[in-house]
Design a protein around this ligand. Structure first.
Ligand code: ZN
Length: 497
């Protein structure tokens, strides 16, 4: 990428008053959809895009030549556990069989009622700061975070990183623990849920609109399965009174579906429908095991149709599920029914390009159909679909008047060139290392592939220490003291001297 700056406006690196991107390929927004604009230009003034169209000779403080590059709207992750995912890394290729391929149940439960959850980082600050750094470096300009933290850590770390954050601490009635025999148990506590929801409401009142409106609140019910009708209704009412969205983990584990149907005669989607919880402000994270999924053995109800009719969004995070041999059935079925689909980066590596690639590939495998889950449809999910989920028409697109959230990707390299279609090249072969520049609200957060505001090296070394510490602490957490290396054997044995 070549850039030029005139004498008057070399500008500060973090927030130039005016940026102009010229040439290359621009994914611009026109007549309600993305369009490919070749050799055009995008002008940024302050926090906004002010002009999009054919190239002009109008002056700018800084001109960025996009030759060989692709300019896309800032990518949006509508579901992320912002951290280093210490425990998630342990369980690849492994984990307990009785959880029906679910990964998170291996580490989210506390050991005993009052013990420790392996999902809790050893160094929480390092973990969260690493997570934000990784998201920004990977081209994510807006993220919806799931975490229980009710202090100011998430707000401070997001402000420091410079991206947009939707957040409030999670609320839930139920929680998991392992008993003395290592069996998974669940305890429900309605009062706990109410108190956590009150805390979330107070948090949103305090922080919504902070950091030049980059911070926004959203009511987060941690899991449908661990919630009750009264908590869900209270959460919906709170979201409405605060004029913010609502989100929850939904149908991400097989027995969540089966137990709900067995106990109520209704699917989880039917329950949300009857309770009046579905709606355009609701984002269902994952939404995999619903009627019609082959593993549910339950084809009798039109869950997908109910989700679509209500305007509810599905936040699709295919990568972590693919690693457990699980696929949503299917991206194209949901899309054809009219469901608004967005993309989430969930756990490591919080790589939205990888999520898009998995959505495209796993979506084709799920349907045994190469026409399913096209690169264009998946790209729409990570941009326009996600913006719609958040109730916004000023992000997820490159159009005059929208926020200056932009990502420059080098496509003219040995990995993606020679390409025919830039979006297919990005989705099938794109990698974060090709991301050269990330702009949020007009401020440059990544330049020449490097984080501008924070040290990537520090983020990595501190998060690595947290992961190592958790690995070392594993035996103390396990109910019969098995070490992490025993429970999750390494791919290959160590060299013997
Ligand atoms: Zn999640």
């Amino acid at each position: 990428m070549t850039t030029t700056a005139n004498a008057a406006g070399a500008g500060s690196e973090s927030s130039p008053a005016t940026l102009k991107f010229i040439g290359g390929t621009i994914v611009a927004f026109q007549d309600g959809g993305h369009r490919i604009l070749k050799d055009g230009e995008v002008v940024v003034s302050g926090d906004r895009i002010t002009a999009v169209g054919p190239k002009t000779d109008s002056p700018a403080e800084r001109v960025i030549d996009l030759k060989g590059r692709l300019l896309v709207p800032g990518l949006i992750s509508t579901h992320a556990h912002i951290g280093a995912h210490e425990a998630t890394r342990l369980i690849i290729d492994a984990g307990r069989r009785e959880f029906m391929r679910s990964g998170f149940l291996n580490y989210v439960p506390t050991q005993g009622m009052d013990g420790r959850s392996l999902f809790a980082s050893i160094d929480r600050d390092a973990s969260v700061r690493f997570g934000f750094s990784q998201l920004v470096r990977n081209g994510v300009t807006t993220v919806l975070g799931f975490a229980p933290y009710s202090d100011d850590l998430m707000i401070e770390a997001a402000d420091e990183a410079g991206l947009r954050l939707y957040f409030a601490p999670t609320a839930n009635v139920g929680r998991y623990h392992f008993d003395d025999d290592g069996q998974l148990r669940r305890v429900l506590d309605e009062k706990r849920g109410e108190a956590q929801l009150d805390c979330a409401v107070e948090f949103i009142r305090r922080h919504h609109g902070a950091s030049e409106d980059r911070i926004r609140g959203i009511v987060v019910v941690d899991e449908f399965y661990n919630s009750t009708p009264s908590l869900r209704r209270a959460a919906k009412a709170a979201a409405k009174s605060l004029n913010v969205g609502l989100t929850m983990h939904f149908c991400e584990q097989l027995f969540e579906f089966h137990e709900t149907v067995r106990l109520t005669g209704l699917t989880p989607v039917q329950i949300l429908e009857r309770e009046g919880i579905l709606g355009p402000e609701l984002i269902l994270a994952h939404c995999i095991y619903i009627a019609g999924h082959s593993m549910t053995a339950y084809p009798y109800v039109d869950d997908v149709g109910m989700i679509a009719a209500s305007g509810t969004t599905v936040a699709h995070s295919p990568a972590v599920f693919a690693r457990r041999g699980v696929v949503m059935e299917s991206f194209q079925r949901y899309r054809n029914a009219g469901v608004n689909i967005a993309i989430g980066t969930d756990v490591f590596p919080m790589d939205i390009l990888e999520e898009m690639r998995f959505a495209c590939v796993a979506g084709k495998i799920a349907d045994r159909n190469h026409e399913a889950a096209s690169a264009g449809a998946v790209f729409e999910a990570a941009t326009i679909g996600a913006a719609k989920a958040l109730g916004r028409d000023d992000i997820g697109r490159i159009a005059p008047g929208t926020k200056a959230d932009l990502v420059v990707v080098d496509l003219d390299n040995i990995w993606t060139a020679p390409y025919v279609d830039p979006i297919r090249a990005l989705v099938t072969s794109g990698h974060p290392s090709m991301i050269e520049m990330v702009v949020v609200n007009g401020a440059i957060l990544v330049e020449d592939g490097q984080l501008v505001r924070v040290s990537a090296d520090d983020a990595v070394s501190q998060a690595t220490a947290s992961v190592r510490a958790l690995e070392a602490a594993y035996a103390g957490w396990h109910h019969v003291g098995r070490a992490a290396q025993e429970e999750f054997p390494p791919s290959f044995a160590a060299w013997s001297n």
